[in-house]
Design a protein around this ligand. Structure first.
Ligand SMILES: [Zn+2]
Length: 298
């Protein structure tokens, strides 16, 4: 009898312990749950606080030039000023003109050209070379015509000449490198003959001639008496129009870009810029001024 009582008490005790264990486990789980919830709330609150501290920046309104192909942020104020002074121009024309410096005054707002650009230097009515400047790697063009070109332009011209010859063309160089004195004589002869305003439309002032860089050639064919008036009608000119870019040359002054360059079209004048640049200019039909502003100066 006593034994059975003891057995029953033990069973009861075990049962109570089991219940207690279940309760403890349950409480422990609940506590963890609460902790997690608290954590999540804290996170949300932190995120909210962050949002409050850093209000999302208002979207900067786009200016009307920003989507232009050759847009340069540093020129924005100049675009706006030029646009106001010349109403009615489309966005790309404003960019084209300002990048080419048409908002400046030729021969007045000038700067020395950046000679570190090597074969990609720009010389025009806004960029000049020093009176004593002489390219340091001039090579004689003897066998192809008059004068000298810098080595890279020389080599490219020889390649061009041979390709033209293979197509039955007969090119000859009338002038290439010209120093300050040579250009000065030429220019002031024209000024004396036609007056400065007129001379400026077809002859460069000394220091402002592309010929001074050793990167430009004037071409003719042996049969012509006046290349300035006749070269444009030759097969050689047609060949140059279609092929010169393949050898790194561009026709620098065209009818189309006269208002950008300030020079009357010159069918005979070609500038060496290298094959990749010449191809880009040919395919995109832009002036060297535009190319320089966007790809070289920038
Ligand atoms: Zn020339």
């Amino acid at each position: 009898m006593k034994n059975r009582k003891l057995k029953t008490s033990a069973k009861l005790l075990l049962f109570i312990l089991l219940i207690l264990l279940v309760i403890i486990v349950f409480l422990l789980f609940k506590k963890d749950d609460k902790k997690d919830t608290k954590k999540t709330n804290n996170n949300e609150q932190t995120e909210n606080n962050n949002k409050k501290e850093k209000p999302s920046e208002p979207v900067k309104p786009k200016n009307k030039y920003e989507d232009g192909k050759y847009y340069l942020e540093k020129n924005l104020e100049r675009y706006e000023n030029y646009d106001n002074a010349n109403p009615g121009l489309c966005r790309d024309e404003v960019i084209k003109r300002v990048n080419s410096g048409l908002d400046k005054t030729w021969y007045v707002d000038v700067e020395p050209t950046d000679l570190s650009k090597g074969n990609l230097v720009i010389v025009n009515k806004l960029h000049y070379v020093d009176q004593n400047f002489e390219p340091d790697n001039l090579v004689s063009m003897s066998g192809y015509g008059n004068g000298y070109l810098v080595k890279d332009a020389h080599d490219a011209y020889v390649e061009l000449y041979n390709a033209a010859k293979a197509d039955g063309m007969n090119l000859i160089i009338t002038t290439s490198y010209r120093n300050y004195g040579f250009q000065s004589t030429l220019y002031y002869n024209y000024v004396n003959r036609d007056g400065q305003e007129s001379a400026d439309t077809y002859s460069a002032r000394p220091g402002y001639s592309e010929h001074h860089t050793g990167l430009a050639v004037d071409l003719s064919t042996p049969s012509l008496t006046n290349a300035f008036t006749e070269f444009i009608y030759t097969d050689e000119y047609k060949w140059m129009q279609n092929n010169c870019y393949k050898y790194g040359f561009i026709q620098r002054y065209t009818d189309e870009n006269q208002y950008i360059t300030g020079y009357q079209p010159e069918a005979w004048h070609y500038r060496y810029v290298g094959k990749d640049v010449a191809k880009y200019i040919y395919e995109n039909n832009i002036t060297y001024e535009e190319y320089y502003a966007y790809f070289v100066e920038k």
